[in-house]
Design a protein around this ligand. Sequence first.
Ligand code: AQP
Length: 338
Amino acid sequence: MKANFRNGIPRMKKRVLSGVQPSGHLHIGNYLGALKSWVKVQHGYESNFCIVDLHAITVYQDPAELRAKIEEVAALFLASGIDPDISSIFVQSSVAEHAELAWMLTCVTPVGWLQRMTQFKAKSEAQETIGDGLLQYPVLMAADILLYQAAIVPVGEDQSQHLELTRDIAQRFNSLYGDTFTVPATHLPSSGARVMGLDDPETKMSKSAPGAGHAVGLLDPPEVARKKIMRATTDSQPAVNFESLGAGVANLIEIARAFEEWTEERARAEFDGRRYGELKKRVADVVIAHLEPLQRRYREIVGEPGYLTGVLRDGAERVRPVAASTVQLAKARMGLYV
Ligand code: AQP
């Protein structure tokens, strides 16, 4: 493939950047909203996927648990099908330029833009004292993306507002200091972009939400996953009616659709008229059929001494030159001493 150049940095393919916080155990929402898309896009783009530990510490994390979760998330990237021979998998804090660029971007970001973020409002409500990091979270996210001049960012729908802000920050920087950053596009999956909690279909499925029946974890044993799905909140109707789907039933159908990549017609044929007990049983079968091979691969990966450490080290080494070039360029554009 012919190389092209942007600001003197050689490019072979357009880039993708996305990440997951090691802030809890990953769930099927993280998989359907993000990881599943990453596995697809990695074949057409130069792909960088990171474990965003600097984002996770915007709320308190137990240090020993954080370390373990970073490794768990990295192993789940691989078990989901991210191929380390074609994609770079790395830990955000291993590449110092993320924090360096974040500071430069903080200085061009009006505080009002950050105070409007719905995630900031929701997460700060639960805190006794609101750390500045929670407010700055989307600026760090913008740095993650702009550092690699990413053209697309595959995420779940909850991150759309942060992506919009990333574009605003890139455009503001480019207009103040000259063309520096690629303005990235959001890439949402056609189904599974917003998986809702099983216990409360009005709230997004989330790693950090309390409640044993809230989320199906990617590492939940099959019988645990089945029990959670069988207990999912539905409504008082007896059977599925596509003309008036309640939120809980719609969520269960969406989960099965997203795993199986069914069209709406196929989903209708599968579920219309089914009693809720049957619907749940079928959805549980679908979810378990996808989780079992993923969990097998996960066990193989964590059972191979040194493998994960090597993948993360190689990934960080691969992305560092691009990160360093972008930071040098941004510093030069701003008049900092280079
Ligand atoms: N419920 C969801 N449905 C679809 N996609 C989702 N994502 C998260 N929840 C859902 C997508 O998963 C990726 C990684 O998310 P994150 O780690 O950056 O944090 P988040 O978006 O805040 O996800 P959580 O699970 O709710 O974590 P906590 O509780 O720690 O905040 C992103 O692409 C996200 O869109």
